[in-house]
Design a protein around this ligand. Structure first.
Ligand SMILES: [Fe+2]
Length: 239
């Protein structure tokens, strides 16, 4: 995954914990992942919420399906998957939709952005996403909407969420289903797709319209342990 546009200070710690795309059941990697998930839990504004039927009107849904197929050839690699650009008319239509309003209203105590950020995510055989949290800014909250899914026999690939040391939630979405979650504070990833499997998702991202200033400034000025030349009032020391 590209760390530049998904930058978050936790990701250099989280991403190496799932080198094969699978979340370890136990051991040091799982201990660290679980500890991070526990630390983040108080900041989570919602638990991952499964939506059985995405309420997007049929005309817009058809437009999304067509645009997603059209964008596929020019989709660019983004980690072990590909990412496609969404038509601006669709971005505007989804931003204004009753579905986006429903998502905004479902997060208590937080004002979410009017404008959504959309991207298409294409997964094929061997694609997977490492354990991570979403970057600062555009994708603080995400709704992964499944547009298309092809399964084969065997264990299916799934999006999973690590809620704490012992609690994992995993979703293998079918077309028309979605999962809505606070990606900035909920470690999540996707297990590898097997031969013949395919997943196509629309990511509907929201930022928080109001954020705490303490969260955007993580650096602390460290006072020097001894006075610096010329900076001590009344001091003539020039040691
Ligand atoms: Fe993510």
């Amino acid at each position: 995954m590209d760390q530049l546009d998904n930058w978050n200070e936790w990701n250099p710690i989280l991403m190496p914990l799932t080198p094969s795309g699978l979340l370890p059941r136990n051991g040091p990697r799982r201990e660290v992942a679980g500890a991070v998930a526990d630390m983040m839990a108080p900041k989570r504004a919602l638990s991952p919420r499964f939506l059985e039927k995405v309420e997007i009107e049929s005309q817009l849904w058809d437009a999304i399906r067509n645009d997603m197929a059209k964008a596929r050839p020019s989709a660019v690699a983004h980690g072990a998957r590909r990412l496609g650009e969404v038509d601006q008319d669709i971005v505007q239509a989804v931003s204004r939709s009753a579905f986006a309003t429903f998502l905004r209203r479902s997060v208590k105590g937080v004002v979410l952005s009017d404008q959504v950020s959309l991207s298409y995510l294409y997964y094929e055989e061997r694609d997977w996403v490492p354990l991570h949290v979403d970057g600062l800014g555009r994708f603080e909250y995400s709704c992964l909407v499944c547009v298309d899914r092809k399964r084969v026999a065997g264990r299916p690939s799934a999006t999973y969420f690590l809620l704490g040391r012992t609690e994992v939630a995993a979703f293998d979405l079918s077309a028309g289903e979605a999962v809505w979650f606070h990606g900035r504070y909920l470690p999540h990833g996707r297990t590898p797709l097997g031969p013949g499997e395919m997943v196509a998702l629309l990511n509907v991202g929201f930022s928080a319209a109001r954020t705490s200033s303490t969260e955007t400034s993580g650096l602390v000025d460290v006072a020097p342990t001894r006075p610096m030349v010329g900076e001590m009032p009344g001091s003539s020391s020039k040691w």
